[in-house]
Design a protein around this ligand. Structure first.
Ligand SMILES: C[S@@+](CC[C@H](N)C(=O)[O-])C[C@H]1O[C@@H](n2cnc3c(N)ncnc32)[C@H](O)[C@@H]1O
Length: 255
């Protein structure tokens, strides 16, 4: 990863940090609450008493929830602005400005659990990031990785009229090539979004080649007991029909 790429990513997230805080607040945004957070917590299991790294913590909504559930939490983010906002909301969590690609402030084999929640599609250097995750986890420690579904880019989705739940996805790039992507602003954001496409199989290979075992995988979407959380019929239909993310649970192989 070049310094220019990392600077571009850092500048982008510094620019949108306040809007991001508005997006996720204290509870997570709709996609997190309705779709992916239940899977994230299922994969994380009981965090009480564990040392947990929230890698790419943003403004820290998840770090605060981990802390409330009894974990000792470190939050790391490349964006100084994200970390400043996160620190303003909690003084009991150890927040550090650092790149996930290096995690240079963190010792080897020091965490029981690592969570990266919607981060991997934003890092230019996947191999470096997964190696750093592997290094800081204890042998047998778990990584829960939730990220935007690489097969169904929401920026390239067109909802079909009517109530069928139909959506067309299109790619104006080669799905099998890794590439830098720019999506137009969505929701209340005013800035284009920079992210990095890789095919799903590429992620699997990097995880396994780095020394992780893949122990679980899911494509989070709303379950019936959460239907009442959807604010309207459109939101419920989106959550029932659109694959926003993938979730992996990895374990650092012992020996
Ligand atoms: C989509 S946001 C998600 C933030 C948070 N995990 C959440 O769910 O609200 C992606 C975050 O990853 C951070 N990020 C991107 N590249 C990073 C890197 N190389 N190292 C550390 N953080 C990074 C961004 O600054 C941003 O806060």
């Amino acid at each position: 990863m070049s310094k220019e790429q990392q600077d571009e990513v850092r500048d982008f997230w510094n620019r949108v940090a306040s809007d991001w805080d508005q997006q996720v607040g204290d509870a997570g945004d709709n996609n997190r609450r309705l779709n992916s957070d239940p899977v994230l917590w299922q994969f994380a299991a009981d965090v009480n008493g564990l040392k947990v790294l929230d890698a790419g913590c943003g403004t820290g909504y998840l770090a605060r929830q981990l802390h409330q559930k009894g974990a000792t939490v470190t939050g790391v983010d490349l964006s100084e602005r994200m970390i400043a906002i996160a620190r303003s909301k909690s003084n009991t969590i150890d927040y550090q400005v650092d790149s996930c690609t290096r995690l240079q402030g963190l010792a080897d084999s020091s965490f029981d659990l690592l969570i990266a929640n919607y981060v991997l599609m934003d890092v230019p250097d996947l191999e470096g990031t997964i190696s750093a995750f592997h290094r800081v986890l204890k042998p047998g420690g778990a990584a829960v990785l939730v990220f935007s579904h690489p097969c169904f880019s929401q920026g390239d989705a067109e909802v079909k009229p009517g109530n069928s739940g139909g959506v067309s996805y299109h790619w104006d790039f080669n799905y099998f090539e890794t590439c830098r992507r720019v999506d137009p602003p969505w929701g209340h954001f005013k800035s284009d979004f920079i992210w990095f496409h890789r095919p799903l199989s590429y992620y699997w290979k990097v995880f396994r080649e780095t020394g992780f075992e893949v122990t679980d995988f899911d494509e989070p979407h709303i379950s019936p007991e959460r239907y009442q959380l959807a604010a309207d019929a459109q939101m419920l239909r989106n959550s029932r029909t659109r694959p926003y993310s993938v979730a992996f649970r990895l374990v650092k192989r012992i020996g």
